[in-house]
Design a protein around this ligand. Sequence first.
Ligand SMILES: Cc1cc2nc3c(=O)[nH]c(=O)nc-3n(C[C@H](O)[C@H](O)[C@H](O)COP(=O)(O)O)c2cc1C
Length: 494
Amino acid sequence: MTYEIDKSIMRCRAFAEAAGYTKSALALKAGLSTGTLKDFWQDHWSPTATTLRAIEALIPLGSTILPDVALAPMNKGLLTGQRILLIIGGGIAAYKSLDLARRLMERGASVTGVLTKGGAEFITPLSVASLTGHECYTDLFSLKDEADMGHIRLSRECDVILVAPATADMMAKMAAGLAGDLATTVLLATDKPVIIAPAMNAQMWAHPATRRNMTTLKADGIDFIDAAEGMLACGEVGKGRMADVMDMVAHIEAFFIKPMASNTSLPLPLRNKHIVITAGPTIEPIDPVRYIANRSSGKQGFDIAAACAALGAQVTLVAGPVNQPDPIGVKRVNVESAREMQAAVNQALPADVFVGVAAVADWRAVHDVAQKMKKEHTGLPALELVENPDILATISQRKQHRPSLVVGFAAETQNVADFATAKRKRKGCDWIMANDVSASTGIMGGDENQVILINDKVIDYWPKMCKKDVAEKLAQCIADHLENLNAARRFSAK
Ligand SMILES: Cc1cc2nc3c(=O)[nH]c(=O)nc-3n(C[C@H](O)[C@H](O)[C@H](O)COP(=O)(O)O)c2cc1C
């Protein structure tokens, strides 16, 4: 079925529901036989163009109910062919799930919606069906859907179930194994992975009952898209907002892509670890058109982000201005100056690991001039500089929320190991990855890198390899290190 026909079907359904037509009334009005519309609400309804034209002719010109956004071009993107069952619970954030569905579909996924009774208080089955192009299911005891055991079919005919928003109530029911409505029955009956994106008031989030339910659900193998902090719909501030839509998309991409990328069923050693990575240069304005910059391409940092995501990490990549594609399954935050980078990193914390790969400008112009500086014939303008914040040192020396592992990069042009060792001590980070960025090495902007990993025990010279291999090796070292830390904690707790 073509994209145009899909869109037309959704328009017809949206119109019929908004206008309150039953199938037979619609058929009568459009001059069609009732048999033609027998499966009007079913996925498999395949009308002729004449049928669609007859219904579309009833839609008033300029009608605003038409879901013009409807489907994104299909079969393009990382989620191509993936079937996602989206369960939408009864929270204010339900409206975001419409955008989420659209973004997932833009990436090629097919999305089918299930609305809880609570969810249907916030958005309608019509909007979900119109947007996804599939029937939206709401009722466990629907004769129509249950004649073929609809709840079992729904729970099996998908590749993943995504609950967004997952209310406190829904999590409690899931943890208790209740199955009193369609959503919870599907969740109990499924043999597919389940990802949930909680959303609730901060007090509900912090309540011991919710904490207990989360622990139970995690132990049951449910994957969480962590809630975010900030202003909540109820006006309070705290943790409990549903994650940003693009963060959820990144999480889901990562979920699908990782097993494909590794093509194995090996465990993902960085699963449930949050890693914040900076990459690229920063640029520091002199005036509105001129800036101070450096030659960093961002490639090494982007490769590290991709490699950590491939091992299961939740990655936030804070990137200066670079020409690099978004790594799969990574949340990318674009910044320009060092101060913006620092703010974005602070915003992304807490994290288990911080990797500072960015070539952050050491200095910026003292005066951020609002107008373009004019060429004067009286002499050269003085460029007065001031030091930028030292992001690596600040993170390394944090008293609160210091990541368990802080890794810095040292770009040197001489005495590489010595200067980098001194830098590690000065900044207070755990590891330094030192590399020689003299022009003759071609490392800055190139595809290869040769690094020395320095910590308080070893100076480990890695052979020259492509940046992707350096990234994969580093991601594995990080995973091993965290595993060792965990083992040590378990041991000392005994
Ligand atoms: C205006 C309003 C907003 C709500 N927002 C949330 C919310 O964000 N998170 C939550 O857990 N519950 C929220 N609730 C309570 C849920 O709607 C309620 O617990 C409901 O039973 C959830 O049903 P469900 O989990 O089956 O969708 C809200 C209720 C109202 C009236």
